[in-house]
Design a protein around this ligand. Sequence first.
Ligand code: MN
Length: 230
Amino acid sequence: MKSVLISIALITIYLSGYSQNNALLKYPFSLPTLKYTYNALEPYIDKETMDIHYNKHHAAYVNNLNAAIKGTDMENKSLSELFTKMSKYPAAVRNNGGGVYNHNLFWEILINPGDTIIPDILKKAIEKDLGGMAKFKTDFENAAKSRFGSGWAWLSVDSKGALFVSSTPNQDNPLMDVADKKGIPILGLDVWEHAYYLKYQNKRPDYISAFWKIINWKKVEENYIEAIKK
Ligand code: MN
């Protein structure tokens, strides 16, 4: 009886840890529920940008991905499976599948006010793998600023469990076989103009600076702990 209860408890923990992502990572895809209001990230990200970004851009990726997958053998595959063989699938699945996954992650790692203290396990990993917080910040900002056109900057975990910083074009991400540097993203910054243009216009660096004020480091650390298990 005791072992049954322990099993149930473990399954419950497992499912709750995966509740948001797993439910969303299979066809038919749906928009995740935002855990905050559209104005919650002000003044760093304005209400109108959040509303349009979530209800128009993210929703379009969800709808277009479902349309691209409907009636094909991709219906039974998870997004993660599709990403590992991304180069074999249509561009619509790459662009919209990335769009769905990347935005799900992005909304999850934002909070206002952001955490001022980085939890210990993650902090030690940043020190060990990335040369400390100051260097990580500079490298991440450079990745975000130097991405020409549209794309993302990432903090990810590689196959050996080490953190690395990278950027990808368009809606690609480090999980895809097409990525230069492959790994599991734990933090991402959307540098498409749709993410900042209404408030920051051409001043992408100001938007990148503001990002540091609204990071949910507790969630990033949770993502890190999940990622190093794999
Ligand atoms: Mn976006």
